[in-house]
Write a protein that binds this ligand. Structure first.
Ligand SMILES: Cc1ncc(COP(=O)(O)O)c(C=O)c1O
Length: 502
């Protein structure tokens, strides 16, 4: 079916709009026996493929063992799995995922983690050191991102990751708008390329999301932002850079529009927060995106990405304490006592905060700048090589996320072929493309050259004899071609259910 639909993208887009406008049509469609049969067949195909590719181990322990397993045995088993799973990222074959990866750095962070593994900043009185580290992390990040120049009282929190930072910021704008601006049904303006976490926030917190398109350069369209602004706008969002194509939205223009409308502006620098500040001093051009711009009222930057800390931390910052206070949770009537917590979680892993602080201090400004230099250099080399491969086309002008598509080849088949050569790239759609997010692991000797060589071989092989229905290609093919998004959603729900079943 997707092969036929894929030939009529305009018809598909029209049908998609129609189905979105009239949800009952999709419900009726799902009841048709032929559609039901097709959906069941697709679900079966997808879940089988999940079993093969994502669940290579036997189900393991389904009940607690009567007696505890010997630690030596457990360690041996778990170490063996890591030894199997780690080499791929260690060799620099994975897009994003692991950002630093050097053994000494990891060993050091693990040591700091172990030292603090029992700490929990919920108990502010028991471990004041963790609170102090959290304040150091937010302050160091704020100073990297324009605090001094802004002369504002930038404050923030350490969260569990980019998604939590974004969720919290959106909740903060919702509650601020309700309490201060009297807006009951607030709207957020979000470019279509902004991270899915904004959609999640809209869903979780009941905020209406107005999506604005991007231009041919994959950056948010400023005119559409202007048109979408209304008295209900609580926040406008821009990425620095965006996850899919690594481009920086026109944050100066967008945040100025928001400021004039009295709305907030959130820069999502989850990916770029610890890389972009070094671009200009290293001779690369990058626009302003942080608190130096007066309209930017909040920002997220992930320490567990290019901040080079272990997974589980990010920073969310606000231009003022009076904005941040809408993030906090406080209850005064609970029999469990007077209770307050700054972020989504109650108890929090203090050890992650401690190792994050240690990662930042071990790197220092110089360390981050050196890392950025190597990453920009490698990305430029890959982009130049990629531009010479016939049939491929770069998307957007990015500094370290390399997105590319093909006019005449099935890009997901290229991804499948690269996968067989050991690579793990991100498959994206709308438009169909792949990306490689360059990290320090790709700056290792020989990695960029190997990538370009394998990519060239994959393209040539695909041109000679296109793969038939392999790996994720049919799933993406269907997702792109099927106008009924509810059906695609149902399929993904079934996949998720299968992944999280013993
Ligand atoms: C631009 C951007 N924002 C937000 C996120 C979400 O971060 P996390 O996966 O840590 O929740 C990502 C993740 O890649 C991202 O690239």
């Amino acid at each position: 079916m997707e092969a036929i639909l894929g030939q009529y993208p305009r018809l598909v887009a029209f049908a998609e709009r129609l189905l979105a406008l009239f949800p009952f049509l999709e419900k009726a469609l799902k009841k048709l026996p032929a559609v039901k049969r097709e959906m069941q067949a697709e679900q079966q195909k997808a879940t089988l493929s999940v079993e093969h590719t994502l669940k290579p181990y036997d189900p393991g322990f389904l009940e607690l063992p009567g007696q505890g397993v010997a630690p030596t045995k457990l360690k041996a088993q778990m170490r063996e799995r890591m030894q199997k799973e780690n080499p791929r990222w260690q060799k620099g074959l994975v897009s994003g995922g692991v950002y630093h990866g050097q053994k000494e750095h990891i060993d050091f962070l693990n040591e700091i983690y172990a030292m603090h593994s029992q700490t929990n900043p919920l108990h502010v009185d028991l471990w004041p050191s963790i609170t102090r580290y959290e304040n150091e992390i937010t302050s160091m990040t704020a100073n990297l991102l324009g605090k001094r120049e802004s002369q504002a009282d930038i404050v923030g929190s350490v969260t569990s990751g980019g998604t939590e930072s974004i969720l919290l910021a959106m909740k903060t704008y919702r509650d601020h708008a309700r309490e201060v601006r009297g807006i009951r049904h607030g709207e957020m303006i979000v470019p279509e390329t902004a991270h899915a976490a904004f959609d999640k926030a809209a869903m979780y917190f009941g905020i209406k999301k107005r999506t604005v398109p991007v231009g041919a350069d994959m950056r948010a369209d400023v005119r559409s932002v202007r048109r979408a602004l209304s008295s209900r706008t609580i926040v406008v969002v821009g990425s620095a850079p965006s996850f899919p194509h690594g481009v920086i939205d026109p944050i100066a223009e967008m945040s100025e529009l928001a400021r004039r409308a009295g709305a907030g502006f959130h820069t999502d620098a989850c990916l770029g927060g610890f890389v972009l500040p070094f671009a200009r001093e290293l001779g690369y051009s990058a626009p302003d995106f942080d608190f130096r711009l007066p309209g930017v009222t909040s920002l997220s930057a992930d320490t567990h990405k290019f901040g080079y800390a272990a997974k589980g931390t990010s920073v969310v910052l606000y231009r003022s304490a009076s904005l941040r206070e809408h993030q906090f949770y406080i209850t005064t009537d609970w029999p469990g006592g007077l209770y307050f917590s700054p972020t989504l979680a109650g108890s929090r892993p203090g050890a992650l905060i401690a190792q994050c602080r240690a990662a930042m201090l071990r790197m220092g400004r110089q360390g981050y700048q050196d890392a950025a230099r190597r990453i920009f250099f490698t990305a430029r080399k890959i982009k130049e090589g990629l531009a010479d491969i016939e049939g491929l086309e770069l998307l957007g002008d990015s500094l370290f996320v390399i997105a590319f598509k093909s006019k005449d080849l099935n890009i997901y088949n290229i991804s499948e072929r690269l996968g067989r050569a050991g690579w793990n790239l991100n498959g994206l759609h709308r438009p169909a493309c792949l990306h490689l997010c360059v990290t320090l692991l790709h700056t290792q000797k020989g990695v960029a050259g190997r990538f370009l060589k394998d990519l060239k071989i994959a393209v040539q092989a695909e041109r000679k004899a296109p793969l038939k229905s392999a790996g994720m290609a049919p799933v993406y093919g269907m997702a792109a071609a099927l106008p009924a998004r509810g059906i695609v959603r149902d399929l993904l729900r079934a996949v998720l259910d299968r992944i999280y079943r013993p």
